[in-house]
Design a protein around this ligand. Structure first.
Ligand SMILES: Cc1cc2nc3c(=O)[nH]c(=O)nc-3n(C[C@H](O)[C@H](O)[C@H](O)COP(=O)(O)O)c2cc1C
Length: 265
């Protein structure tokens, strides 16, 4: 089967997953590519209008799982027999059960999983003083992403009529590791510096931030993705919660050994 069109569906608040996906698409080598931000898209993703030859789903890994807000949206997409490649990006700690969960959702919604991979991205909590996988994906990772894209293209060219029989094995365990929200407070804005440019409002994937006289963050909605911290143009937005800073320090201490992308095809 030739791949003439690709739809990329992603959850990537701080952009590392999206960069990996761009590398993969480059390897697939198709000109017709659509990118769809799962949580920012105004409409439900509908593959029926113009069914692509391949869908690539990319997810930032949260607590070894798909973040629940993204899982809810993912379950709404109907696969209609479309081949799908599944990509998890994690912050050099572990990716746990996310690929298994992604494969299970994709299969239950009618996709045919043909390939999967785990890549490494700079950790959402990484800072200048406590860097965790800083700068990743780097050039080497992007090279491997391109190779993965080429491998998907090659696999697709060999599995034509029998695509429905395709069985994909990915790592992970049942029951999936238990999900619980981090018991921490959202990042805070230093009002002395804030210029009210609303960048934090626009990058927040769950609309947790509002600007009135001050910047107000809804702690019930915040998923601690830290997009607001990383994107603030004058570094007025910071993680101040002591527990979250302790977690960051632990990760900085424990996750310094470089992990490499893993491919399952
Ligand atoms: C709430 C939360 C939980 C996370 N859990 C994990 C994890 O279990 N393992 C890991 O290696 N990285 C974890 N990360 C880091 C992200 O997976 C990593 O930074 C990823 O590159 C973010 O993708 P993005 O840039 O596309 O948003 C977590 C990040 C957040 C915000």
């Amino acid at each position: 089967m030739l791949i003439n069109s690709v739809e990329v569906i992603y959850f990537s608040p701080t952009g590392t997953t999206k960069r990996v996906l761009e590398g993969i698409v480059n390897g697939v080598g198709t000109k017709k590519v659509e990118f769809c931000d799962l949580l920012k898209s105004q409409e439900n993703v509908d593959l029926k209008t113009e069914q692509p030859d391949l869908v690539i789903i990319g997810m930032a890994t949260y607590r070894s799982r798909i973040p629940p807000e993204a899982a809810v949206e993912l379950k709404k997409i109907k696969g209609d027999g479309t081949p799908v490649a599944l990509v998890a990006v994690y912050g050099n700690n572990k990716f746990g059960d996310i690929l298994l969960e992604m494969r299970d959702i994709a299969t239950s919604t009618g996709f045919i999983p043909v390939a999967a991979a785990a890549f490494i991205g700079e950790h959402s909590f990484s800072t200048e003083t406590m860097p965790i996988a800083a700068g990743r994906p780097d050039a080497e990772d992007i090279g491997k992403a391109k190779e993965f894209g080429e491998a998907i293209k090659n696999k697709m060219s060999t599995i034509d009529a029998n695509i429905a029989d395709c069985k994909l094995t990915v790592p992970g365990n049942y029951p999936y590791s238990e999900w619980h929200k981090l018991p921490v407070n959202p990042p805070e804005t230093d009002e002395n510096f804030c210029i009210k440019c609303e960048k934090c409002v626009s990058v927040c994937p769950v609309d947790a931030i509002k600007i009135d006289e001050t910047v107000i963050t809804n702690p019930e909605l915040c998923i601690f993705c830290c997009a607001c911290v990383k994107e603030c143009p004058i570094a007025a937005r910071k993680v101040t919660d002591t527990k979250l800073l302790e977690i960051t320090e632990r990760l900085y201490g424990n996750c310094s050994d470089r992990k490499e992308p893993e491919i399952f095809i």
